[in-house]
Design a binder for this molecule. Structure first.
Ligand SMILES: [Zn+2]
Length: 360
């Protein structure tokens, strides 16, 4: 051993340097072979294509993909992975609230493998895409490392689209996450830091293109409340507006340009009926308040009417409370209401009409 060292020492520094370069070039060659192998098996597995300069592109049933090294020198490179989900019918449009919460939890629990250097992740609802870019110090197998992101990024994109496509109903769940600076994924350097904010802005952008009329022209068929403009505060200076149900915030389903009539009708079998202009909702079946523009009493007892009037009188909803004073209440001539009940109605609503004649 000592003899070998003496020989090396005698041959001098140039040989040492040459030896080190030889070892490095061997390692690089091996790394390139492994990289090419990894790329080939990846493209074969996912039916993508590999270009001569080892860039991956193409599409399969689920995604269109580009994976490339944007620029490379000896020690650094920009890597880029872009995925576009192919359009296909999704279940997400009918997601229930708890499913959305689950998807958001999935979305925010994704761990994108740590890559040294700077990285950025951009998701887009309208383009159905995710783009991951990182600037890193390259040792070897950099593309192979990027390939490992393929699966977590596809899962991230799927969850993002599922939540995004369920629309504004997700906003109240996203708002505290987007605001919370201490949220675990908001840690500096985490590529997922801004996912909740991106999602809020994406949903709001799509929402704005959907509603051209004033918000109150739309009614939530579940809550029977009119839509309003909500705002998501994503920073102290930035509030993002969107249009959605005053109660549940959803904007996927709605009734458009309808007058809503609260009806007290013991002879009505369904809770509500709809024609081209109006929706009639039987308060006797619903027993709770909703947004209505007029009242019609067709078949009801004094007790029913009084109970209804008490609910209206105690209504703390600001939007509705200021409208009752201008509202018309029609009482069918077939209903025999006591003078006391009529007095309560007159106190509650702006105008009370019995049969064809005004009773106010
Ligand atoms: Zn609603």
């Amino acid at each position: 051993m000592e003899i070998i060292l003496v020989i090396f020492a005698a041959l001098g520094l140039p040989l040492w340097i040459g030896f080190i370069f030889y070892i490095i070039s061997l390692q690089r060659k091996k790394a390139r072979q492994l990289e090419t192998q990894a790329l080939k098996s990846f493209v074969a597995k996912h039916q993508f294509k590999l270009s001569e300069d080892n860039q991956i592109y193409g599409s399969n049933d689920d995604y269109r993909v580009t994976i490339q090294v944007l620029s490379r020198n000896d020690s650094t490179s920009w890597l880029h992975l872009a995925l576009v989900a192919n359009s296909k019918e999704r279940q997400s449009k009918s997601l229930r609230l708890q499913d959305i919460e689950k998807q958001i939890a999935t979305l925010l629990s994704k761990r994108i493998p740590a890559i040294h250097g700077t990285s950025e992740i951009k998701l887009s609802l309208s383009e159905r895409s995710v783009s991951y870019k990182c600037f890193e110090y390259v040792n070897h197998l950099e593309l192979e490392r990027l390939l490992r992101l393929y699966r977590p990024l596809t899962e991230l994109l799927e969850a993002y689209l599922a939540v995004g496509e369920s629309g504004s109903v997700a906003m109240p769940i996203l708002e505290p996450i987007a605001q919370d600076e201490t949220y675990v994924l908001h840690k500096l350097g985490s590529p997922l830091r801004n996912v909740a904010t991106q999602l809020v802005m994406d949903i709001a952008r799509q929402n704005r293109t959907q509603f051209n009329d004033p918000s109150f022209a739309y009614i939530c068929p579940t809550c029977l409340l009119r839509f309003q403009i909500h705002r998501v505060k994503i920073s102290s200076l930035n509030q993002i507006p969107y249009c959605g149900c005053r109660g549940c915030h959803q904007s996927q389903t709605f009734l458009h340009n309808k007058q809503v009539e609260a009806v007290l009708n013991a002879g009505m079998t369904d809770e509500w009926s709809e024609n081209q202009r109006d929706i009639q909702v039987n308060w006797l079946a619903r027993r709770s308040l909703f947004d209505f523009d007029a009242v019609q009493i067709i078949q009801a007892t004094d007790e029913d009417v009084e109970r209804f009037a008490v609910q209206v009188g105690n209504d703390t909803d600001a939007y509705r409370a200021e409208r009752y004073g201008q509202m018309k209440c029609t009482v069918s001539s077939k209903v025999q209401l006591s003078e006391n009940t009529l007095r309560i109605l007159r106190k509650t609503f702006g105008e009370v009409v019995v049969g064809e004649k005004s009773a106010s």
